[in-house]
Design a protein. Sequence first.
Length: 208
Amino acid sequence: MGLRWQYHESMTRDMSNDSMTTSLIRQYYGWFNERRLSDAAGLFADDADVELIPGERAQGGSGYLRFAHAWVSAFPDATFAIQQIEHRTETLAEVYLLATGTHQRTLDFGPYRFRPGGAKATLHLRELLDIRNGTVVSSALTGDLNDLITQLSRVDYGDLAERLGRIRALSDELAHAADDSARQRHIVNRLGVELDAARRAIRPHFYR
């Protein structure tokens, strides 16, 4: 009987912890949706490890605010809807999210910069939260960057076609300059400029 009671007590405690963590998680995203960003930032420990922007690590509530302000600036109507919460351990929770919003301003997101195009974006994200004693001690957000690029990147096809035309013309010039090394170097320099411009036209989001 004693062992059974001890097991039952442990299970009840674990369920209580999960319930408290779930409640805090729902509050966390609710505050984002209500634009109570300072309140959400207050859930983070000062030294919390925060990785919400690709390739960038930050700490604490200030790290969260950097991400939140960048996202809300780019998507003024942004919301995060919880699709599923999975408790991996006593402190770790994996949250599956559906992020939606209209892309109205430039989004600087790690090595990417997306200029506004008015797209109504829908993104599936996953955030891994480590929550201890009601405080977030680490957070990591992941998602499909290719999906983000597909939805937000806008190729200027007119500019691209113009660049490709210049590249073809320079290619022809180079073929006819086989006996003139000075002219070849001049053409190659111009060709390099046009190739760089074509690459930027194809991948306007990749600015670093």
